[in-house]
Design a protein around this ligand. Structure first.
Ligand code: CA
Length: 224
């Protein structure tokens, strides 16, 4: 999953990114409202950690934009201790949760996971797709209790398609989701297809996949 970190205190931003990356998230750090606004307009994120005191204004401006664009993105506002007014304003603007500095990284992980889960409309830590069980928090997939060894990219591809089931997901969307910044990669290459092919091979050892479609020249779709 992709997380946008909007935080101008570089040390904290780096610490958050390092922790989240270890937990399987892809992170992008920006330090101003302007950069954050550009990011949410251009790239797809599952969640945003939003500091309020930014050099070019209040983080609330970014939150307003996210809600105005109706993005399916969980927003956790990071506030300084005791700023109750921020909390109230943020709630009015549609923040999904709050963290008060300083906070434990484990607390952040739990909150982040909870809001992403809520926004995607599932109540458990597991998803079931035609007998394949996805353990969202552990980055594992199983079939009849057999754990299937997937690479992190394969896991992210499968999870993303399942979370967006019954919708065609383009190669570009998958690439952005799994690799982060799409500009850093060669868009002509067929590497996404290679990963999907490997993923399919691993899953097909357990069951046929008529529900895992290739949409010619566009992308992929997993049907419920
Ligand atoms: Ca700040």
């Amino acid at each position: 999953m992709n997380v946008l970190i909007v935080e101008d205190f570089k040390e904290l931003a780096d610490e958050l990114a390092e922790f989240l990356q270890k937990n399987g998230y892809l992170c992008k750090i920006v330090s101003t409202c302007a950069d954050a606004e550009e990011e949410v307009e251009v790239n797809e994120y599952d969640a945003m950690l939003l500091d309020l005191g930014l050099p070019d204004g209040s983080g609330f401006a970014v939150l307003k934009l996210v809600r105005k664009l109706k993005l399916k993105m969980a927003v956790i506002v990071i506030t300084a201790r005791g700023e109750l007014n921020d909390k109230i304003e943020g709630l009015d603007l549609g923040a999904d949760d709050y963290l008060t500095k300083p906070f434990a990284l484990t607390e952040l992980a739990a909150r982040l996971f909870a809001v992403i889960r809520r926004i995607n409309g599932f109540a458990k830590n597991e998803l079931d797709m035609h007998g394949f069980k996805i353990f969202l928090q552990d980055y594992k997939i199983s079939f009849n209790d057999n754990i299937i060894a997937l690479t992190k990219k394969e896991f992210n591809i499968f999870q993303y398609l399942v979370l967006n089931k019954n919708r065609v997901i383009t190669r570009l969307q998958l690439t952005e989701h799994v690799w982060g910044d799409v500009l850093e990669i060669n868009s002509d290459s067929n590497f996404i297809d290679v990963h999907v092919r490997n993923l399919r091979k691993k899953l097909e050892k357990y069951a046929a996949l008529p529900w895992f479609e290739t949409v010619r020249n566009v992308g992929y779709r997993i049907n419920d």
